[in-house]
Design a protein around this ligand. Structure first.
Ligand SMILES: Cc1cc2nc3c(=O)[nH]c(=O)nc-3n(C[C@H](O)[C@H](O)[C@H](O)COP(=O)(O)OP(=O)(O)OC[C@H]3O[C@@H](n4cnc5c(N)ncnc54)[C@H](O)[C@@H]3O)c2cc1C
Length: 512
């Protein structure tokens, strides 16, 4: 049967996160006619929730700021931690693509950047950048510059999940999405659609010729003469798919955008696309809230994590993905169960000593009523309330207090690398637990999104199970099998990768 088409473009971009919008912008500026199809009623995806951090070593903005680094040092670091979990050439494409994209965006007046030092997440690697010279963010700008377009951008988590007022400044992920949406609004050959969900890819003569998009509830066949770019996030919100591919954690606890269901990735798989690392996500510890969700939390200013045995099990100041992975491994090995607890004293009050709960905490009383937060005058009593052996908890805290006094964690080396100390002004992050009353808050496992997906080549072209390119199909970000394999090399890798591979996809489509 010959396919009839409702609309025709050169490029159809599925999704409107940081990567997809970058791909759309580059494709449009390279002269292509572009449709952006976004499933939800807002542009931005998980990227709009984010800090907007970008990990692109050796780019021109970092160099202008005087950051000392070399491509060889960055490559040694990246290859050293990723290893063989992704093809070496994909890793190289990412490392080379960051500086090229910064040049493209800056030279075309599309984006300004703010240098924001943030240490690499494996600080003990020989060429880790512990001064944070591989990380930056888009420059913030006043929200009023967005005009009516502001309402089309997905809000940050405090506004979306807690109804907090929208800030006057576009910062972090908001600035990134805001700037991209503003730029795209000036491109005459771009159509931006919300409530437009990509459902099924259409193959014709051995190439992906288009895609069925449900627009305001009606299926439309959209032709893409140059290609379809799937930068539609991961499948973190799809519990069935999580179970099928064995992704630890639960859709309830993910931070991914609400329609990140993996629909087009599934269609690609049905057409023969290959996948890799489908059980992987960007993980983190999650503070458990009264609604039952455990959400991404970092920047602990005190406290220790204890498991169901009343014992510490990890360096609590590690980067979030390393923490999440340690928890998954220990649960798998049968050495602990979920949930676990943060135990802390009253020196800063009864609230959890965490400066960055991506979803703000509600009233203390609500956590108490939900049985999530407990307080007691003694550690023995506290242990009783959270159901862990009292003698163990007392011994754990005593041992930790000795470490704190000596500023040396002999069990887990908390404070042993730069990132561990980045929230305590470079000093020891070990805060003793001595000033009663004592508190405990429940934690679970959260994620920032899944990261396994469609296998691609270095131009983001999707590969089939025989290793051949599927013409007309591209993938980037959490929709593609990640260059970063099973690690989170440093803040800014997820979005950095989504933007770089979308940019490479757009260039490839323009070239052909
Ligand atoms: C609080 C927080 C802070 C973070 N900070 C950082 C940071 O500073 N730096 C960093 O690199 N990472 C950060 N992350 C992680 C990062 O935000 C995500 O991993 C990343 O944004 C994913 O990008 P993406 O382009 O793959 O997908 P997304 O940004 O999620 O975009 C995917 C888009 O596709 C749409 N979509 C999905 N399915 C379809 C479909 N079938 N049809 C049409 N549209 C569809 C979605 O609605 C969404 O808009 C953070 C995450 C959180 C939650």
């Amino acid at each position: 049967m010959t396919q009839t088409w409702d609309e025709e473009y050169d490029v159809v971009v599925i999704g409107a996160g940081g990567g997809s919008l970058t791909g759309a912008l580059v494709a449009a500026r390279e002269g292509l006619k572009v449709l952006v199809a976004e499933a939800t009623d807002r542009f931005g995806g998980t990227t709009a929730y984010s800090g907007g951090g970008l990990w692109w070593p050796n780019n021109q903005a970092l160099k202008r700021a005087g950051v000392e680094d070399t491509p060889e040092a960055a490559a040694q670091y990246y290859h050293g931690i990723v290893g063989d979990d992704s093809p070496r050439e994909l890793q190289e494409a990412y490392l080379a693509g960051g500086p090229a994209l910064v040049k493209y965006l800056e030279d075309n007046g599309l984006m300004e950047f703010l240098i924001y030092p943030w240490p690499d997440y494996f600080g003990k690697e020989p060429t880790a950048h512990n001064e944070g010279g591989r990380h930056m963010m888009p420059m913030y700008f006043p929200a009023e510059e967005m005009g009516d377009l502001r309402d089309q951008v997905r809000s940050g988590l405090p506004a979306e999940r807690r109804g907090e007022p929208l800030p006057d400044m576009m910062i972090g992920g908001q600035a990134l999405i805001g700037r991209l949406v503003l730029n795209l609004s000036k491109e005459p050959n771009v159509t931006m659609r919300r409530n437009a969900e990509g459902r099924k890819l259409i193959m014709e003569d051995g190439r992906v010729a288009g895609v069925i998009v449900s627009i305001d509830g009606q299926d439309k066949a959209i032709k893409a003469t140059k290609g379809v770019l799937v930068a539609a996030g991961g499948f973190e919100q799809n519990q069935e798919m999580r179970e099928k591919y064995g992704v630890p954690g639960h859709a309830r606890d993910t931070m991914g955008a609400p329609r990140n269901f993996g629909l087009v990735q599934q269609s690609a798989i049905e057409l023969g696309a290959d996948t890799a690392l489908m059980d992987q996500a960007w993980w983190s510890p999650g503070l458990t809230h009264p609604d039952g969700s455990s959400t991404f939390s970092l920047w602990f200013t005190g406290g220790i994590f204890v498991n169901n045995h009343g014992e510490r099990f990890v360096n609590e100041s590690w980067a979030y993905d390393k923490l999440g992975r340690a928890i998954i491994d220990l649960v798998d090995e049968g050495r602990m169960t979920l949930p676990y607890w943060m135990v802390y004293d009253n020196r800063a009050g009864e609230r959890v000593p965490c400066n960055a709960t991506s979803v703000p905490m509600v009233e203390t009383e609500e956590y108490r009523e939900a049985g999530l937060w407990h307080t007691a005058d003694t550690l023995e009593e506290l242990a009783d309330k959270i159901g862990v052996p009292a003698d163990k908890l007392v011994a754990t805290v005593e041992r930790f207090n000795e470490f704190a006094a000596n500023e040396k964690d002999e069990d887990f080396d908390r404070g042993g690398e730069a990132y561990d100390r980045s929230f305590s002004e470079g000093k020891s992050p070990l805060v003793p637990i001595t000033e009663g009353p004592f508190h405990a808050a429940q934690f679970g496992l959260s994620d920032l999104g899944t990261k396994g997906g469609l296998k691609t080549d270095v131009d983001a072209r999707v590969l089939d199970t025989g290793g051949n390119v599927i013409p007309g199909l591209y993938a980037a970000g959490n929709s593609m099998a990640p260059a970063s394999g099973k690690v989170y090399p440093g803040g800014g890798n997820p979005i950095g990768s989504s933007m770089v591979f979308s940019y490479l996809a757009a260039l490839d489509m323009a070239k052909n």
